[in-house]
Design a protein around this ligand. Structure first.
Ligand code: UDP
Length: 194
């Protein structure tokens, strides 16, 4: 179910239902999926940037990440079922991936932060398959890098480059992949690294 707030169709469901009805089946069936977690800052950015707006609108799921979105929907008389935080979705996906044997590619954040985030993910979710990792201050449009990621055939691609940049990278490269759940995770790799 979707609820429209400022031209963006937000996914309105609970975390459990989002995972069990959307994310996990996509992973199990090797279907591609683009998830945007949108706070009010992102919605406002779509007002000023038509290309970014199109990018967000092209996502399979736009999650209401932020109380501002929840409040706006409520005020419009079309309440959203629950706030779905990107960092929570990320942790659920990592746990599920470790359990089921899905691989994860970690892109973005500073080198130190990226490395520690991957280390902590492995500690927290034993058995997690790391398809690869790349810090976010290299040329992420470099063809050799793209090919490396594509050839790793990751089931999940987490992209932490800050809003717009991360969604732009996903938009520009998702077509190169046959499968994968792609999600922009903002500062979540920094959080995981700490
Ligand atoms: N980042 C990056 N490359 C860049 C710009 C940002 O890897 O060119 C990383 C930054 O190190 C941080 C993450 O993007 O780990 C998210 O940044 P921020 O928290 O500012 O973004 P937000 O979550 O607010 O969109």
């Amino acid at each position: 179910k979707n609820v429209r707030v400022m031209d963006i169709d937000f996914t309105s469901t609970t975390m459990d239902l989002f995972l069990s009805n959307a994310v996990y089946p996509r992973l199990a069936q090797s279907q591609k999926c683009f998830i945007v977690t949108a706070n009010p800052e992102i919605v406002i950015a779509t007002r000023h940037n038509a290309r970014f707006k199109e990018t967000v609108q092209s996502a399979d799921y736009v999650l209401p990440d932020g109380i501002g979105i929840i409040n706006a929907a409520k005020m419009m008389g079309t309440p959203i079922d629950a706030r779905l935080c990107g960092v929570d979705v990320m942790h659920h996906m990592l746990g599920h991936a470790a359990e089921k044997g899905y691989s994860v590619y970690f892109i973005g954040a500073k080198e130190d932060s990226n490395r520690k985030a991957v280390e902590n993910a492995l500690k927290k979710y034993p058995g997690l398959i790391v398809a690869g990792r790349q810090h976010g201050y290299a040329d992420l449009y470099d063809e050799a890098f793209i090919r490396t990621v594509v050839e790793a055939k990751p089931d999940i691609v987490l992209v932490a480059l800050g809003m717009m940049k991360q969604e732009g990278w996903i938009r520009d490269h998702i077509n190169r992949f046959d499968k994968g759940v792609f999600m922009g995770v903002g500062g979540s790799l920094d959080a995981l690294s700490g």
